[in-house]
Design a protein around this ligand. Structure first.
Ligand code: BGC
Length: 417
C-alpha cells in the first residue's frame, strides 16, 4: 500500500511516542533563568512534552550554579531528589560516589552516544564506566564580547593581547564609557581570573595549576603576574559591579553603557535573545591573549535513582532527547554554545559558534584545550571553592599583594585537598 505523507507522519509519530499510560513526570533542577538560558531550557521542556511526559521545573536562580547546588544537596539528603539535575564535571563523580545516580547505559546504547560524542566528554559522564549523566553542549569560556559602536567612539580596536586590552580600556574610560562590564560575584571574578591565567601561564602551566594543583605553579612567579594583571582589571570596572548578575553585565554591553565583557558564550544567548546580530551589533573574540586556546565548560544533566516506573520512563525519554540532533541544534542556537555531538550539520549556526567549533577541534590536537576551573571542569568543588575565595578576596582588596595572593592560593588549595 502506498501511504500518503500525512499518514506516514502519523504512523511514525505513533511508533515513536510512548502510549499515554506510560506518560510520566520529570522534575529537573537547573539554574538557567536569564533570558537566553530560559529560552534554551524551554526547548527541552517542549520536546519532552511532545512525547507525552510532563515537566516540573525546578529552577534555582544564580549564575554559575552555586545556589542550585546548595538546594540540590538539601533535597537529595532528605531522600527526595529530582529526576535530573544540572550537574557538571567533577561533581558528577562526587554524586556518583554517594550512590545517588542511576544507570543510563540502555539509553546511551540505543542512542549511539559513544560514537557521536567525544570521549573526553563521555568519560566525564560515566561513573565506574556507566553513564549516569548526559552532556548538553560545549561552552567556550575564554571569550571577549564587545560593542563595536562604543569601541569606535573611543577610537580603539578589539584588543588582541592583554597589553592592548589595558591600553584600549584606558581610552574607553577617557571617552566616558565603562571599559569592562563585570559582576562582582566569586564565579565571575574566577571567570576573568582564569582567562588571564590562560594567557599568562600558557596552556601547560594552566593545566599544572588548575588540574594537577601543582603547588609550585600555584605559588610561582607567573601566578604572581596573573594576580598583578587581574588586579589592574579592577581599574576598568564600575563602582556598581559588586553583586551584579552576569546577564545584567551583558546587557550593559548590549545597550552601549559598557564596551566589553569577558564571559563564556552563554553571554551570546543574551545577545541572541535581544535580537542582536554577531559581527554587526556585537563582536565575539577570544579573550585577550588566548587566541588558539580554548577553555571548555560542558553542561550536563545527571540522573537520579527514582522509584516510580512511569517517571523512570519519562526520565529516560529526557536523557534520549538531550542528545537528539534536533534538540542539540535548537538548544545550542539559543544557549550560545556549540553542540556536543560532532556529527551535526552546523549550517544554522553563526560565525561565533563556527569559530568556537573550529577552535574546539583544533585545540584538541595542539594541547590548548583546557578545562575551566571557574566552571567546575578542572578540579573538585573543594579545590575550586578554595581558589574562588582567594581570587575574590584579592580582587576586592585594592591593597592586596599579588605575591602574597599566589602563596595564599597554593596554601588554600593544599588545605582543601
Ligand atoms: C553554566 C552555563 C550558564 C552559566 C551562567 C555556567 O556555569 O555552565 O550553562 O549559562 O553558568 O549561569
Amino acid at each position: 500500500m502506498k501511504m500518503n505523507k500525512t499518514l506516514l507522519t502519523l504512523s511514525l509519530a505513533a511508533a515513536t511516542l510512548p502510549s499515554l499510560s506510560s506518560a510520566g513526570e520529570v522534575e529537573v533542577l537547573h539554574w538557567w533563568t536569564s533570558g537566553g538560558e530560559a529560552k534554551s531550557v524551554q526547548e527541552l521542556k517542549a520536546m519532552l512534552e511532545e512525547q507525552g511526559h510532563s515537566w516540573k521545573d525546578f529552577a534555582v536562580a544564580g549564575g554559575g550554579g552555586e545556589s542550585a547546588m546548595t538546594v540540590l544537596k538539601t533535597r537529595a539528603v532528605s531522600g527526595n531528589p529530582p529526576s535530573a539535575a544540572q550537574i557538571k564535571g567533577h561533581d558528577i563523580q562526587e554524586w556518583g560516589g554517594l550512590g545517588f545516580l542511576t544507570n543510563l547505559d540502555d539509553v546511551a546504547q540505543s542512542g549511539g552516544w559513544d560514537a557521536s560524542v567525544p570521549s573526553m566528554v563521555t568519560d566525564v559522564m560515566k561513573f565506574n564506566g556507566e553513564y549516569v549523566a548526559v552532556p548538553v553542549n560545549v561552552h567556550r569560556v575564554n571569550w571577549l564580547w564587545a560593542n563595536p559602536e562604543v569601541l569606535k567612539k573611543a577610537g580603539v580596536e578589539v584588543p588582541k593581547t592583554l597589553d592592548d586590552f589595558f591600553a584600549a580600556a584606558e581610552k574607553i574610560k577617557a571617552a566616558g564609557f565603562i571599559p569592562l562590564a563585570h559582576g562582582g560575584q566569586p564565579w565571575q571574578d574566577a571567570t576573568v581570573f582564569e582567562a588571564i591565567a590562560l594567557d599568562v601561564l600558557g596552556s601547560d602551566d594552566y593545566r599544572k595549576a588548575f588540574v594537577d594543583l601543582d603547588m609550585d605553579t600555584l605559588s610561582g612567579d607567573k601566578m604572581v603576574e596573573v594576580f598583578t594583571k587581574f588586579q589592574k582589571v579592577h581599574d576598568y570596572i564600575d563602582a556598581n559591579s559588586p553583586g551584579r548578575d552576569w546577564n545584567v553585565a551583558t546587557s550593559m554591553v548590549i545597550n552601549g553603557e559598557a564596551a566589553m565583557q569577558i564571559m563564556g558564550d552563554w553571554a551570546k544567548g543574551e545577545f541572541t535573545a535581544a535580537g542582536k546580530v554577531p559581527g554587526k551589533d556585537y563582536i565575539c573574540a577570544p579573550a585577550p591573549g588566548t587566541d588558539g586556546q580554548f577553555t571548555h565548560n560542558v553542561d550536563s544533566f545527571a540522573f537520579f535513582e527514582i522509584k516510580d516506573e512511569t517517571n523512570v520512563a519519562a526520565q529516560k525519554a529526557l536523557a534520549a532527547t538531550i542528545l537528539d540532533k534536533k534538540f542539540q541544534e535548537v538548544f545550542n542556537l539559543n544557549k550560545g554554545s556549540i553542540p556536543v555531538r560532532t556529527d551535526m550539520d552546523m549550517s544554522a549556526f553563526d560565525q561565533c559558534a563556527l569559530d568556537s567549533m573550529a577552535s574546539f577541534k583544533a585545540t584538541a590536537k595542539t594541547g590548548d584545550l583546557v578545562p575551566s576551573m571557574a566552571h567546575g571542569m578542572s578540579t573538585t568543588s573543594y579545590a575550586q571553592g578554595a581558589i574562588y575565595d582567594v581570587v575574590t578576596n584579592f580582587f576586592n582588596d585594592p591593597k592586596a599583594d599579588p605575591k602574597e595572593a599566589a602563596q595564599k592560593l597554593a596554601k588554600a588549595v593544599k588545605a582543601a585537598i
